[in-house]
Ligand binder design. Structure first.
Ligand SMILES: [Fe+2]
Length: 183
Protein backbone atom coordinates (compact mmCIF):
# COMPACT_ATOMS: atom_id res chain seq x y z
CA UNK A 1 0.00 0.00 0.00
CA UNK A 2 1.38 3.38 -0.87
CA UNK A 3 0.84 6.58 1.06
CA UNK A 4 -1.86 7.87 -1.29
CA UNK A 5 -3.91 4.69 -0.91
CA UNK A 6 -3.50 4.83 2.86
CA UNK A 7 -4.67 8.43 2.97
CA UNK A 8 -7.69 7.55 0.83
CA UNK A 9 -8.55 4.75 3.22
CA UNK A 10 -8.37 7.16 6.14
CA UNK A 11 -10.66 9.63 4.40
CA UNK A 12 -13.18 6.86 3.74
CA UNK A 13 -13.27 5.77 7.36
CA UNK A 14 -12.69 8.93 9.37
CA UNK A 15 -14.88 12.01 9.04
CA UNK A 16 -13.62 14.08 11.99
CA UNK A 17 -11.06 16.55 10.67
CA UNK A 18 -9.20 16.80 13.98
CA UNK A 19 -8.82 13.07 14.10
CA UNK A 20 -7.38 13.07 10.59
CA UNK A 21 -4.97 15.81 11.68
CA UNK A 22 -3.99 13.71 14.69
CA UNK A 23 -3.17 10.80 12.39
CA UNK A 24 -1.14 13.08 10.10
CA UNK A 25 0.78 14.34 13.11
CA UNK A 26 1.53 10.83 14.34
CA UNK A 27 2.61 9.91 10.80
CA UNK A 28 5.05 12.83 10.73
CA UNK A 29 6.52 11.93 14.11
CA UNK A 30 6.81 8.25 13.20
CA UNK A 31 8.68 9.10 10.00
CA UNK A 32 11.14 11.27 11.90
CA UNK A 33 11.63 8.56 14.50
CA UNK A 34 12.28 6.01 11.75
CA UNK A 35 14.90 8.25 10.21
CA UNK A 36 16.54 8.80 13.57
CA UNK A 37 16.56 5.11 14.44
CA UNK A 38 17.51 3.94 10.92
CA UNK A 39 14.21 2.10 10.53
CA UNK A 40 11.80 1.77 7.60
CA UNK A 41 10.45 5.28 7.13
CA UNK A 42 7.65 4.22 4.81
CA UNK A 43 6.37 1.49 7.10
CA UNK A 44 6.63 3.63 10.22
CA UNK A 45 4.84 6.52 8.48
CA UNK A 46 2.00 4.26 7.33
CA UNK A 47 1.67 2.81 10.83
CA UNK A 48 1.23 6.32 12.25
CA UNK A 49 -1.16 7.40 9.52
CA UNK A 50 -3.39 4.35 9.83
CA UNK A 51 -3.27 3.67 13.57
CA UNK A 52 -6.67 5.15 14.48
CA UNK A 53 -8.51 4.08 11.33
CA UNK A 54 -11.24 2.37 13.37
CA UNK A 55 -11.73 5.19 15.88
CA UNK A 56 -15.13 6.27 14.58
CA UNK A 57 -16.24 2.75 13.73
CA UNK A 58 -15.61 1.68 17.34
CA UNK A 59 -16.83 4.91 18.96
CA UNK A 60 -19.75 3.12 20.59
CA UNK A 61 -17.60 0.22 21.67
CA UNK A 62 -14.20 1.61 22.68
CA UNK A 63 -13.09 -1.80 23.89
CA UNK A 64 -12.84 -2.78 20.25
CA UNK A 65 -10.64 0.18 19.31
CA UNK A 66 -7.42 -0.98 17.68
CA UNK A 67 -8.69 -4.57 17.39
CA UNK A 68 -11.10 -3.70 14.59
CA UNK A 69 -8.49 -1.45 12.98
CA UNK A 70 -5.78 -4.09 13.12
CA UNK A 71 -8.14 -6.62 11.55
CA UNK A 72 -9.07 -4.20 8.78
CA UNK A 73 -5.42 -3.57 8.00
CA UNK A 74 -4.57 -7.25 8.10
CA UNK A 75 -7.40 -8.04 5.72
CA UNK A 76 -6.13 -5.63 3.11
CA UNK A 77 -2.74 -7.28 3.29
CA UNK A 78 -0.61 -4.95 5.36
CA UNK A 79 2.34 -6.58 7.03
CA UNK A 80 2.16 -8.15 10.46
CA UNK A 81 4.60 -5.77 12.10
CA UNK A 82 2.41 -2.77 11.21
CA UNK A 83 -0.79 -4.61 12.13
CA UNK A 84 0.61 -5.68 15.50
CA UNK A 85 1.76 -2.16 16.36
CA UNK A 86 -1.72 -0.81 15.62
CA UNK A 87 -3.34 -3.53 17.73
CA UNK A 88 -0.98 -2.99 20.69
CA UNK A 89 -1.28 0.81 20.83
CA UNK A 90 -4.53 0.61 22.82
CA UNK A 91 -3.57 -0.05 26.43
CA UNK A 92 -6.93 -1.61 27.17
CA UNK A 93 -5.93 -4.91 25.60
CA UNK A 94 -2.77 -5.33 27.64
CA UNK A 95 -0.88 -6.56 24.62
CA UNK A 96 2.85 -6.62 25.15
CA UNK A 97 4.67 -4.13 22.95
CA UNK A 98 7.67 -6.03 21.67
CA UNK A 99 9.09 -4.31 18.61
CA UNK A 100 10.57 -0.84 18.29
CA UNK A 101 7.65 -0.01 16.01
CA UNK A 102 5.12 -1.04 18.71
CA UNK A 103 6.93 1.11 21.25
CA UNK A 104 7.37 4.11 18.98
CA UNK A 105 3.69 4.26 18.04
CA UNK A 106 2.70 3.99 21.68
CA UNK A 107 4.72 6.99 22.84
CA UNK A 108 4.18 9.11 19.70
CA UNK A 109 0.39 8.88 19.94
CA UNK A 110 -0.13 11.12 23.02
CA UNK A 111 2.71 13.51 22.19
CA UNK A 112 0.70 15.07 19.35
CA UNK A 113 -2.06 16.13 21.74
CA UNK A 114 0.39 17.75 24.13
CA UNK A 115 2.00 19.69 21.29
CA UNK A 116 -1.31 20.82 19.78
CA UNK A 117 -2.58 21.96 23.19
CA UNK A 118 0.70 23.81 23.81
CA UNK A 119 0.43 25.65 20.51
CA UNK A 120 -3.18 26.58 21.19
CA UNK A 121 -2.43 28.37 24.46
CA UNK A 122 0.17 30.55 22.77
CA UNK A 123 -1.32 33.88 21.63
CA UNK A 124 -0.37 33.11 18.01
CA UNK A 125 -1.86 29.62 18.16
CA UNK A 126 0.93 28.51 15.86
CA UNK A 127 3.37 25.64 16.04
CA UNK A 128 6.10 27.89 14.72
CA UNK A 129 5.69 30.20 17.71
CA UNK A 130 6.58 27.60 20.33
CA UNK A 131 9.77 25.72 21.05
CA UNK A 132 10.43 22.41 22.74
CA UNK A 133 11.13 24.07 26.10
CA UNK A 134 7.65 25.54 26.04
CA UNK A 135 6.19 22.06 25.45
CA UNK A 136 8.39 20.54 28.16
CA UNK A 137 7.09 23.10 30.65
CA UNK A 138 3.53 22.16 29.75
CA UNK A 139 4.50 18.52 30.11
CA UNK A 140 5.32 19.13 33.76
CA UNK A 141 1.95 20.79 34.46
CA UNK A 142 -0.22 17.88 35.45
CA UNK A 143 -3.50 19.71 34.96
CA UNK A 144 -2.60 20.82 31.44
CA UNK A 145 -3.98 18.68 28.60
CA UNK A 146 -4.61 15.75 30.91
CA UNK A 147 -5.56 13.50 28.02
CA UNK A 148 -1.96 13.57 26.82
CA UNK A 149 -0.78 10.82 29.11
CA UNK A 150 2.63 11.73 30.49
CA UNK A 151 3.58 8.20 31.48
CA UNK A 152 2.90 7.05 27.94
CA UNK A 153 4.96 9.87 26.41
CA UNK A 154 7.81 9.03 28.79
CA UNK A 155 7.98 5.56 27.28
CA UNK A 156 10.18 7.18 24.63
CA UNK A 157 12.95 5.89 26.88
CA UNK A 158 12.12 2.43 25.55
CA UNK A 159 13.14 3.47 22.05
CA UNK A 160 16.29 5.07 23.38
CA UNK A 161 15.24 8.70 23.43
CA UNK A 162 15.42 11.19 26.26
CA UNK A 163 12.18 13.09 26.81
CA UNK A 164 13.73 16.37 25.68
CA UNK A 165 15.00 14.85 22.46
CA UNK A 166 11.66 13.20 21.79
CA UNK A 167 9.68 16.40 22.31
CA UNK A 168 12.13 18.30 20.09
CA UNK A 169 11.82 15.75 17.30
CA UNK A 170 8.03 15.58 17.62
CA UNK A 171 7.60 19.33 17.56
CA UNK A 172 9.87 19.73 14.55
CA UNK A 173 8.05 16.97 12.67
CA UNK A 174 4.71 18.66 13.32
CA UNK A 175 6.04 22.13 12.49
CA UNK A 176 7.05 20.75 9.10
CA UNK A 177 3.42 19.93 8.30
CA UNK A 178 1.87 22.96 10.01
CA UNK A 179 -0.25 23.80 6.94
CA UNK A 180 -1.89 20.36 6.92
CA UNK A 181 -2.43 20.64 10.65
CA UNK A 182 -3.82 24.17 10.33
CA UNK A 183 -1.59 25.36 13.16
FE1 LIG B 1 -4.04 8.01 18.16
Amino acid sequence: MNREEAYRLIKENVKNKNLIKHMLAVEAIMKSLATKLSEDEKKWGLTGLLHDIDYEITAKDPKMHSIVGANMLKEIGLDDELVNAVRAHNDMHKIERKTLLDKALYCADPLTGLIVASALIHPDKKLSSIDHNFVLKRFKEKAFARGAKREQIKKCSEIGLELEEFVKLGLLAMQNINKELGL
